[in-house]
Design a protein around this ligand. Structure first.
Ligand SMILES: CC(C)=CCC/C(C)=C/COP(=O)(O)OP(=O)(O)O
Ligand SMILES: C=C(C)CCOP(=O)(O)OP(=O)(O)O
Length: 296
């Protein structure tokens, strides 16, 4: 059986399934209506869903049924959505537009936005714990990895460093460390979770981690570039926000040309890290190109 499927066909099929899983999980639970509305508002707001698609593409690449990763993929996108709700708060980036819609706190108020983020984060672990398609051993590995990637050793820690770095001229190394934690760690979770669910070996996990490390850096460099060169209509969020918040960025530290060189470097490294891996990699290659060439 050929495992070659083009990314667009795969995305069309699984994006909707992930959205149905997240929204179904939240709507069927008993909770006060203001938090349910607030959580569903941000889950329904769209987004590229690149992290769950990567996770499911890894499972497909190993010749397994992506359905096995559906709950973990939905959990991962819930964590990402929580992080965006909190990132937009007045005490953080103070943004009023996200995914083309008013930010959560603009619609539901700051307290409800904080609680909706908290709700999505805790629900994500519940979703993995309730999965009946994967083993208990896999669930423990996934919960542990998600906590490490999303928590203070990972994404939360990166957000702390990002805030501490405001109004300072950082070195490229400092900026890279922020990006690895703030953005890279959830992409690393995406790839490794797919591998754990597929029963991949340690050696394969290491290669996939390397791949995700590089696409994570490329992802954030492109985000910084789009903050300058993108249009609000396409990216669905305000442009110029890094400058407003006095953040160091790759274009700021290296010039736009230098940032684009770095982007190409990380694409090449990501593709190189897939060589010799025992799986069909065509969709992962397409995802890497998509991250680098995206306009939103
Ligand atoms: C714990 C929290 C709140 C984590 C936030 C993580 C994150 C990747 C935010 C978006 O980064 P960004 O501000 O560079 O991107 P955007 O341009 O989308 O706001
Ligand atoms: C990590 C960053 C730069 C935050 C935005 O992530 P995405 O660009 O994946 O946002 P959505 O498509 O999910 O809205």
């Amino acid at each position: 059986m050929s495992l070659h499927v083009d990314l667009e066909t795969f995305q069309q099929k699984y994006k909707q399934k992930v959205e149905d899983m997240m929204i179904g999980f939240v709507t069927e639970k008993d909770m006060p209506s203001p938090i349910k509305e607030s959580m569903v508002y941000s889950l329904e707001a769209g987004g590229k869903r690149i992290r769950p698609i990567l996770l499911l593409a890894v499972i497909h690449g190993y010749g397994k049924d992506p359905q096995l990763g559906m709950k973990t993929a939905a959990a991962l996108e819930m964590v990402h959505t929580y992080s965006l709700i909190h990132d937009d708060l007045p005490s953080m980036d103070d943004d009023d537009l996200r995914r083309g819609k008013p930010t959560n706190h603009k619609v539901f108020g700051e307290a409800m936005a904080i609680l909706a983020g908290d709700g999505l984060l805790t629900h994500s672990f519940q979703l993995i714990a309730e999965d009946t398609l994967i083993s208990s051993d896999q669930k423990i590995k996934l919960v542990n990895l998600l906590a490490r990637c999303a928590g203070p050793e990972g994404m939360v820690g990166g957000q702390v460093a990002d805030i501490e770095g405001e109004n300072k001229r950082l070195t490229v190394e400092e900026l890279e460390s922020i990006h690895i934690h703030k953005t890279g760690k959830l992409l690393i979770f995406s790839a490794l979770a797919g591998a754990i669910i597929s029963g991949a070996s340690e050696g394969e996990l290491n290669k996939l981690e390397e791949f995700a490390h590089h696409i994570g850096l490329a992802f954030q460099i492109q985000d910084d570039i789009l903050d300058i060169e993108g249009t609000e209509e396409l990216i669905g969020k305000r442009t110029g926000s890094d400058e407003t918040n006095q953040k160091s960025t790759y274009p700021g530290l290296l010039t736009m040309e230098g940032a684009k060189d770095k982007l190409r470097f990380h694409l090449d490294e990501a593709l190189a890290s897939l060589s010799g891996i025992g799986m069909e990699t065509s969709m992962l290659e397409e995802i890497a190109h998509l991250i680098v060439n995206r306009n939103h």
